[in-house]
Design a binder for this molecule. Sequence first.
Ligand code: S3P
Length: 209
Amino acid sequence: MNRRPRPRGRLKPSSTAVGGLPVNAVFLVGFMGAGKTSVGRVLGQRLNWVFEDLDDRIAAREGRTVREIFRDSGESEFRRAEHAALEHVLHELRGGVARIVALGGGAFAQKENAALLRVSCVSTVFLDAPVEDLWQRCCAEARETGAERPLLRSVAEFRDLYQIRRSAYSQALLRIQTGNRTVETIAAEIAETLGLNKIAEPTEQGEVE
Ligand code: S3P
């Protein structure tokens, strides 16, 4: 079995991951508005690792935006494209380039994706926050940037979906609370807890999303 034991408490600083496996990838998981992209970007800068958002890879591979995929082909087609994109990233990791990957909010809740990440022995980190905060962040982002999330509908649906997915997110190797913390603080905690080498100093500070 390729399973890695889940860490209890803090991990010893080391350039190898839990269970002695090399850490060359950190996958950030969690609900919409958890700050996966903003934390991932800062963590990438801090470690001098490549950062990517899986949704961007999906859009590039499909030649249309996530919103267009949902609108024209439906959620099941989006999930197919998401799984294929994840397989592709994991395949590229074998080339050895260290990277941080922000997954879309539904990716880790799909059993086949979680299983793929587990057997790939990469580190998964659940960015958690109260659902009301997540809703407020998504609404603020929609107002400020015009970002349209296909699954951002009513607050009631948002809460329901969060409850359905929460136990899946909890299967991640680490869980980090993000409420009222800066992205830099969160990125620092991830780097320290996973014992990752700090190659570059942080260059950006800011609140989560
Ligand atoms: C989704 C979240 C989105 C994006 C897609 C589906 C979800 O990503 O992948 O709209 O199912 O929760 P973010 O979590 O970055 O918003």
